[in-house]
Ligand binder design. Sequence first.
Ligand code: SF4
Ligand code: SF4
Length: 395
Amino acid sequence: MQALDAMVKEARQLALGEVVPVPASTAAEDEVARQLQICNACRYCEGFCAVFPAMTRRLAFPTADVHYLANLCHNCGACLHACQYAPPHAFAVNVPQAMARVRARTYQDYAWPPVLGRLYERNGLTLSVALAGGLGLFLALAVALKGGLWQAVPAGGHFYDLFPHNLIVGLFAPVFLFAVLALALGVRRFWQAVTPVTGAVAVSGPAGAEAAADIAQLRYLDGGHGQGCHEADDGPTLARRRFHHLTFYGFLLCFAATAVATLYHYALGLPAPYDLPSLPKLLGAVGGVMLMVGSAGLGWLHLRRHSLHGDAAQRPMDRGFIALLFLTSASGLALWLARGSAAMPLTLCLHLGAVMALFATLPYGKFAHGIFRSAALLRYAVEKRLPNPVGAGGE
Ligand code: SF4
Ligand code: SF4
């Protein structure tokens, strides 16, 4: 009860805009600050991405600045492969790896409610439990409601015959709304911490438009020269940017399909289910294929990544999230193919279990990177329009 009271109190504080203290620095933040002092003297990578122009506006790197810069980094690897001070040099400059370690800490430190931020540390376990729990729930419900997982579906039958529409909405809506609330309050804590160190100025229209374009294009996955990220070696490739685009826009189309279907069902009096050529089905089918191809490509690239890229400790979180996206999209398409067959009930349980696990882990897994990075890009678009306080470098 006390924990619930504390959560409500903090949610109210955040909603009212009261300042939440910046977490204390750790060895991860100190290491980024050390490396950026070297970079600030060198500045060879100034044109690569937003991190370096933002760095040149600073002479010191307190914790909030490091959190902001770490979330501006897109982990493209360009500055590692260009760096004359990278390992095995004694300076051991590996900016993408140091930034990745801090990024993971920011998701954890700013998470809401704070006690659940620890789930990031054990994300592999969290994902497994969520997936097993989601699957178990729907398998048990299927048996309880209809008495079997492998049964012929009557002609013209649909999966809503197995799980009524209102039951599905009643199970998913609270989990999804909690995920949205937790993500919103988490990123608000981050925003409050980094706003004072990025000019403390509100977002203007041009700044918002520029940040939106950078997010939509995944601009900083171009390596700074337009040829893309580094994956397995020194050679740049646009593969990650393209697979990331497929994943990002596939996810958005699937979300749009659900939103349009909700509108059809509750506002327009056109009850679910829908099939081709309806708009919800078209959006869902195109989005599902894009999400499946994009997540498969990202998974393949992740397995080939250079060992010095990123933070090895976060690989289970990264791969778990990619696998869950793939499983959700592939099972959704399989469910469509299995409609009317005896395989439909089991395919439906697999799909609903995967979607439930995805929703439940959204605020405490890799999905957070998109939200925090977008917030950092927005602050960057604001900050770059202000006079440079150091008076050297910048975009
Ligand atoms: S990453 Fe290396 S080359 Fe690039 S600015 Fe830093 S020290 Fe210089
Ligand atoms: S890894 Fe890429 S995005 Fe990150 S700091 Fe280096 S050049 Fe910038």
